[in-house]
Design a protein around this ligand. Sequence first.
Ligand code: EPU
Length: 351
Amino acid sequence: MEKNFSLRELNTFGFDIRAKYFQELKSMDDIHELIENPEFRQTHHLILSGGSNILFSSEFFDGFVVYPNLRGIETLEETDETVKIRCYCGEVWKDFVDYTISKGLYGLENLADIPGKVGAAPVQNIGAYGAEVKDAIYQVHTIDLMTGNIRIFNNDECEFSYRNSIFKKYKSIIIFAVDFILKKRGNLKLDYGNIRNYLANKNITNPTLQDVAATVKAIRAEKLPEVGVVGSVGSFFQNAIVSVDKYHEIKMLYPDMPSYPVDTAKTSFRPERSAVEKSTALIKIPSGWLIDRAGWKGYRENHVGVWDKQALVLVHYGGGKPQEILDLMKKIQDSVYNKFGIEIKPEVNII
Ligand code: EPU
């Protein structure tokens, strides 16, 4: 266990946060030892993964930071159609995606280059370019740090939805491994945004798995700040979800506003819930567009700002304090509310 530990390398915003106590967990034995540790049991704690979706609101975390970092990838089962793979929580997500692509397995290609670790992927059901990780997850292995109970959640029990899962509710469980089910043959998802245009510009008419992953990586590199170079957490805000009435109201004023239907039927595997959700139609409006239209894109104030290629991303240029990001967040939320009457919510976990 370390004391007064710097988390600068463990939050992609790059703020110099100190934790009162810090412990890395490399094995199940480490986890069991922590559970027995009286210091841990008496102290407020936080489970930290890759730090790519977290904003510490103060520069001192007066508690115990637990950093699960179990490593390893195992093939569990192979059929003619699919392969089940177990990946431990500390593996770097983008390296794991590259590994599955090198094996010719379909399912994670649109999620290439997302920062963070495998153990955090189910928590917010990471998604990009028309795909969400929930569609490739078979089950999730967890251990409760208060009771030591191990529980395996099957896909349905994870209650996945847009940037959400049941794991956001549990503050004391560690996801120590995730089992994925990937396909040996698959349908590539090319319909999101400019994937097709990108491929066409490269004269690729019959794209492979590798082509799609390379395209996603290239589009991301154009739009998002490079992790480790400019401080950010990717999307800082969630996209807005509004009623059909609200959508029509804004669309009248801004006919070029992009929007997507909210795919509730697919985000829930429970028929009774999706029936209710389907009856209340909702529309997703990109918060990046709202923030852009409110005039914030490329804005900079001291050490922080709004990324000039994607307004959904707040950036820390170095030397700043978390409060500067929080102040900027508030100004943007107020401005979007005043212009469109829509409340945009942070996607990042604010601690
Ligand atoms: N847009 C603007 N101005 C901007 C940004 C976006 O007009 O500054 C418009 C775009 O032109 C487009 C629409 O908004 O019509 C959507 O933009 P984009 O395709 O870039 O995606 P997004 O909805 O802003 C989401 C995810 C990203 C993910 C991309 C691609 C969320 C909160 N964000 O962004 O995820 O990479 O789609 O799939 O859902 C992340 O979660 O950290 C993240 C980066």
